[in-house]
Design a binder for this molecule. Structure first.
Ligand code: ASP
Length: 330
C-alpha cells in the first residue's frame, strides 16, 4: 500500500514493513508503560501518527503483528522474502522495519547475514507502547525514515533513541530505559540529531563475514521447514554438564536431532571443567560446539589449544544464529 505519493519531487521510495512489537503496543491507560499488549497498532496507523513528516513516497506492508519474544521461522522467512523483494525495486532507496525490541538484534543479524543489503534496512522499535503519554516510537520511526533515505547508508541498521547501531554489534542491554541498545566496544555507527545523521564509522555492509557465503543460503533458508537444532547453554559455578548429556540422550525429539551447542562461558569463553567434559562428549557425537561469553562486552579471543569454535565478537544469541545458518545445507 502506498500512503504518500510525491512524483513532483521524484524522491525515491522508502518501504516500511510492520512486524509488531511495543512500538505497535496498546495499554488500557496512557500511564501504563509495562502492562500493554504488543503488536496491536497497524504500521500504516503508526506512520499516520507522524503527521506527514516523512519526506517522500512511502509504501507500507504489514508482514506480521507479533510480540517479538515470540519470533519464529515462518515470520522470519516471510520478512526475509519481502525485504529481498523490496530491495530489488530500483525506485526503493531503503527499508524500515518496525519490530519488537526483545529479538530485534537477532532479526537484524539474520537479515545482515542472509541479505547483506547495499541499501539501508533500518529496524526500529520502542520501549513504550503507542498509547503512552510520551511514546518514543514516533521519534524512532521518524529517525528511521530519515536514515533509510540517507545518501550512502547501507547494511542492516538499528535506529533507537537517536543512536544508530550495526547488526553485528547491537544488543538490547536494558529492560526499561528508552536507550535500550548498545554496540559495546565498537560504539554506534551514527547518531541522528534533529533529523541530521552524524556518522561515526563506516556503514556495515558488504564485507560482513560472520557467516561465509551467507547470501547463498537465503534460498535454502526460505525453503526450510525447521531450523537446525542448536541449543544455548551457560557455564556457571557448580555446572555439571548433565544438561548436555540429557540433550545428547534425546537423540530424536520434536525439535529434531541436536546439531549444535553454543555455550556462553565465563570471561574469555572459559568453561567449568565438568561442563567442558560433557561438551567433549558432544563433540565426539558429531555436535558442533561454539564457545561464546556471558560477558556483556568484549570478544572471545581464540586460544591455540581451542577444541571448541570461538564465537569471536558474536554474542551468544548471534553465535547461535550464525551456527544455525552455517549448518543449513551441510
Ligand atoms: N516484548 C516486546 C517485543 O519484543 C518488547 C518491545 O517491543 O520492546 O515485541
Amino acid at each position: 500500500m502506498s500512503i504518500s505519493d510525491d512524483p513532483g519531487r521524484a524522491l525515491p521510495t522508502v518501504v516500511v514493513i510492520g512486524t509488531g512489537g511495543t512500538i505497535a503496543g496498546r495499554a488500557a491507560s496512557a500511564h501504563d508503560l509495562v502492562g500493554y499488549t504488543a503488536g496491536q497498532v497497524g504500521v500504516a496507523e503508526l506512520l499516520a501518527g507522524l503527521g506527514g513528516a516523512e519526506e517522500g513516497p512511502v509504501d507500507v506492508e504489514q508482514v506480521a503483528q507479533i510480540n517479538s519474544k515470540d519470533m519464529d521461522l515462518p515470520v522470519w522467512q516471510r520478512l526475509c522474502e519481502r525485504v529481498a523483494h523490496h530491495l530489488g525495486r530500483p525506485e526503493v532507496a531503503g527499508l524500515v522495519i518496525t519490530h519488537g525490541t526483545d529479538t530485534l538484534e537477532e532479526t537484524a543479524f539474520l537479515l545482515q547475514c542472509l541479505i547483506r543489503p547495499a541499501k539501508p534496512v533500518v529496524l526500529t522499535c520502542a520501549m513504550r507502547p503507542a498509547t503512552a503519554l510520551a511514546p518514543d516510537g514516533p521519534q524512532n520511526l521518524g529517525d528511521a525514515l530519515r536514515l533509510a533515505r540517507h545518501p550512502g547508508a547501507q547494511g542492516v541498521l538499528v535506529a533507537c533513541a537517536g543512536r544508530v547501531h550495526g547488526a553485528a554489534e547491537v544488543s538490547k542491554v536494558h529492560t526499561y530505559r528508552l536507550d535500550a541498545f548498545d554496540s559495546g566496544d565498537a560504539g554506534p555507527v551514527a547518531q541522528i540529531e534533529n533529523g541530521q545523521v552524524r556518522c561515526w564509522r563506516p556503514w556495515p555492509g558488504q564485507g560482513f563475514d560472520a557467516v561465509p557465503d551467507g547470501r547463498k543460503r537465503l534460498q535454502a533458508f526460505l525453503a526450510l521447514d525447521g531450523l537446525p537444532r542448536v541449543e544455548l547453554l551457560y557455564s556457571h559455578a557448580c555446572a555439571d554438564g548433565e544438561i548436555v548429556r540429557a540433550l545428547l540422550a534425546q537423540s530424536v525429539s520434536a525439535g529434531g536431532r541436536l546439531q549444535g551447542l553454543v555455550v556462553a562461558g565465563t570471561g574469555n569463553g572459559t568453561l567449568h571443567h565438568r561442563l567442558e567434559d560433557a561438551l567433549a562428549e558432544a563433540l565426539a557425537a558429531g555436535v558442533r560446539v561454539v564457545r561464546a561469553t556471558r560477558c556483556a562486552q568484549g570478544q572471545v579471543i581464540p586460544l591455540t589449544e581451542d577444541r571448541l569454535e570461538p564465537s569471536r565478537g558474536l554474542s551468544p544469541v548471534k553465535a547461535r544464529l550464525a551456527l544455525m545458518l552455517d549448518l543449513i545445507g551441510h
